[in-house]
Write a protein that binds this ligand. Structure first.
Ligand SMILES: [Zn+2]
Length: 143
């Protein structure tokens, strides 16, 4: 679910419309009213608002979403699980080698949080779909 969907607003919504939607949702999902199990929903509403209220981060999100939409029409070369990718803690990116031995597939943790589940190889443009649990259903990682 991307930030717009999370707040239930149109991609072209004005800042005022987004703010109104955010305030409505906050009232409904505030942890004080709903108990602990609503905390994550509240948190994701909060995160979506933080991104969309800021023009720069909203623009960056729009770019990511456009890339994502373009990828929707391309054929998927392979489906893989997120844990098959290697994680770089410094850059917060997941990476997977491509059979072309080029740049390989790359997806950032932020993109995953935004609901993006596809990555294209930087060299040959093959596309993979990454299967992962949405943050909301995620169980604590056993290390
Ligand atoms: Zn490749």
């Amino acid at each position: 679910m991307n930030c717009y969907e999370r707040l239930g607003v149109d991609r072209h919504a004005t800042k005022e419309e987004i703010k109104a939607a955010y305030q409505r949702l906050v009232l409904r999902h505030h942890p004080d009213k709903q108990g602990r199990d609503q905390d994550e929903t509240f948190q994701s509403i909060q995160n979506a608002w933080e991104i969309l209220r800021d023009e720069q981060s909203r623009r960056a999100l729009d770019v990511d979403l456009r890339v994502f939409e373009q990828q929707q029409i391309l054929p998927i070369f392979a489906e893989i699980d997120l844990d098959e990718m290697s994680y770089n803690e410094e850059t917060m990116e997941y990476r997977l080698d491509c059979r072309c031995h080029g740049e390989g597939y790359l997806i950032t943790e932020k993109q995953l949080e935004q609901g993006i589940d596809r990555a294209a190889c930087g060299t040959c443009s093959l596309l993979i779909r990454i299967n992962y649990e949405e943050a909301e259903d995620q169980e604590p990682l056993s290390t």
